[in-house]
Write a protein that binds this ligand. Sequence first.
Ligand SMILES: Cc1cc2nc3c(=O)[nH]c(=O)nc-3n(C[C@H](O)[C@H](O)[C@H](O)COP(=O)(O)O)c2cc1C
Length: 169
Amino acid sequence: MDLAVIYDSKTDNTKQAARWIAEGMGRVEGVNAGIFHVSEADNNAEFIRGASGVVMGCPTYAAIMTPAMRDFLMGAGKLGLAGKLGGAFATAQYTHGGAELVIQSILVNEIVLGMLCFSGGGSFGKPIIHLGPVGINDNVEKHNGMDNYKEYFTVYGERFARKAMELFS
Ligand SMILES: Cc1cc2nc3c(=O)[nH]c(=O)nc-3n(C[C@H](O)[C@H](O)[C@H](O)COP(=O)(O)O)c2cc1C
């Protein structure tokens, strides 16, 4: 089963998060995860169309998603995402910087596209991931740093892949 992780990133924190999600997906037997920057989505449309689930994520810009992610979502109708499992993640500079608003907004866009949205919520126990995983880099808050959040992304990716297998394999 193919799953896709589509991300926007300028300084690679969100790219790293996308890689960790794909790493977690790869822990599930039979899953092949493809990782694409939003600018590469069109060139990989065939893979994305054939994927059973797509997780999307981006940096937090002024407490909303990046323009590139919004542009991607506005044009995503052609990718046939309806009926696929959908998920979202974000990175930010501040713990209070609005990353969960970004995730919420991506999930709303996915619902509009007809996707079946997944967070895991409290159903899998700890770590409880209410909407989607968030990573805070250490550009400003020195007690943070993406490595501190790695497990959330890998665990989320694994849970997402298990659910996709349960639903679609
Ligand atoms: C234009 C701009 C606006 C930003 N706005 C926020 C913000 O509202 N809240 C926040 O916590 N971080 C904000 N950041 C920081 C980024 O979200 C954060 O550094 C992110 O991890 C960068 O991801 P990337 O390395 O994948 O590009 C902003 C960064 C830029 C460039």
